[in-house]
Design a protein around this ligand. Structure first.
Ligand code: UD1
Length: 308
């Protein structure tokens, strides 16, 4: 069985991936600095290294002996990257560079990189497909795009197989509404369960291709061995789009009558509409979304009733 390094394995997406790999009988190491991740998320049986991506020596030690790296660690959030651009630049660009160099030096077979739909920015056409030129509207979007370009360069120059999976607004259990920078659905669910009004930035008619975590885990695991995927950038999403107003109404259908949202000014750096073309993922990975938005939302509400 292969040995995997999951960077950011104490975080929302990384911990789900680590758990799934362990259940498949693989040996898993997690590198996480526990700044946004939680020790309690790390599945039992994982080898845990508490350390920071910005330190090349730490990343090299964590990568040593691994066949595959799932590089999930990042400082997420569009608005955080605008209010604090330096830490997000250092984690998302310098950290990714350190992972790629360490993977090349350790003879890693493949790196799967957590790329982001934010790289598309606003496009004239929906859905967004991988051949569209990137148009980042925030430091976060640019950092994520630089990471995937670096991945492709390492594939071309050094033969290190990399696959950049562009995530689209992932949600699900373990996504905590602990900061104003948290994913909007986690904040909506917290407000809905408390019976309070959420704040919507703008008119609430902006749309997102909200993707349940189980679907993302499928796509990433498929990318580990997919023969045609090396050097590619691939959307993994549901392929639909839902407005924030619709998402709040969908929560009302699950939880019961909810207060009307409070509307505020639109957020700087915000993309208006986001919807993925997932035909490339189907072709190269055999990917198909397993759970609908509504199924995912119900599971997330059930988790939040106990955990938040
Ligand atoms: C972006 C990326 C996403 C990535 C995430 C990482 C796009 C289209 N998506 O998400 O793939 O995973 O960065 O952080 O770029 N909002 C409210 N009220 C709130 C919070 C947010 O109205 O309390 C609004 C935001 O203004 C935005 C939408 O909800 O229009 C989604 O925001 P958020 O969940 O933060 O994610 P994105 O910035 O879309």
């Amino acid at each position: 069985m292969a040995k995997f390094l999951v960077t950011g394995g104490a975080g929302f997406i990384g911990s789900h991936l680590a758990g799934e790999l362990l259940s498949g009988g693989h040996s898993v190491r997690v590198l996480d600095n526990l700044i946004t991740g939680l020790a309690e998320n790390i599945p039992a049986g994982v080898e845990f290294i508490e350390g920071d991506l910005r330190d090349p020596g730490t990343v090299a030690a964590a990568t040593d002996g691994c066949e595959v790296v799932l590089h999930q660690a990042a400082i997420p959030s569009v608005p955080r990257s605008i209010s604090e651009p330096r830490p997000s630049h250092e984690a998302n660009i310098d950290g990714t560079f350190n992972v790629l160099v360490a993977a090349r030096d350790a003879g890693v077979r493949r790196v799967i990189y957590a790329a982001s739909s934010s790289a598309y920015g606003d496009t004239l056409v929906l859905p967004k497909s991988e051949e569209m030129p990137p148009n980042p509207l925030s430091p976060y979007a640019l950092q994520k795009q630089v990471g995937e370009t670096y991945c492709q360069l390492f594939t071309r120059l050094f033969g290190l197989e990399t696959v950049s999976i562009r995530y689209f607004n992932v949600f699900g259990p373990r996504q905590h509404p602990s900061s104003p920078y948290s994913g909007v659905l986690s904040l909506f669910i917290k407000a809905a369960l408390a019976g309070t009004a959420p704040t919507i930035y703008g008119d609430g008619e902006q749309t997102r291709d909200f993707t349940f975590i189980d679907n993302v885990v499928d796509g990433v695991l498929q990318a580990i061995d997919a023969p045609q995927a090396a050097g590619e950038v691939i959307n993994v999403a549901n392929g639909g789009r839902i407005s924030l107003n619709e998402a709040w109404a969908a929560l009302g259908a699950i939880i019961g009558p909810l207060p009307a949202p409070t509307y505020g000014s639109p957020r700087a750096g915000d993309v208006r509409d986001s919807q993925a073309d997932i035909t490339k993922a189907a072709r190269l990975l055999g990917y198909r979304p397993r759970k609908t938005f509504e199924e995912g939302l119900r599971e997330t509400v059930e988790w939040a009733r106990k955990a938040v």
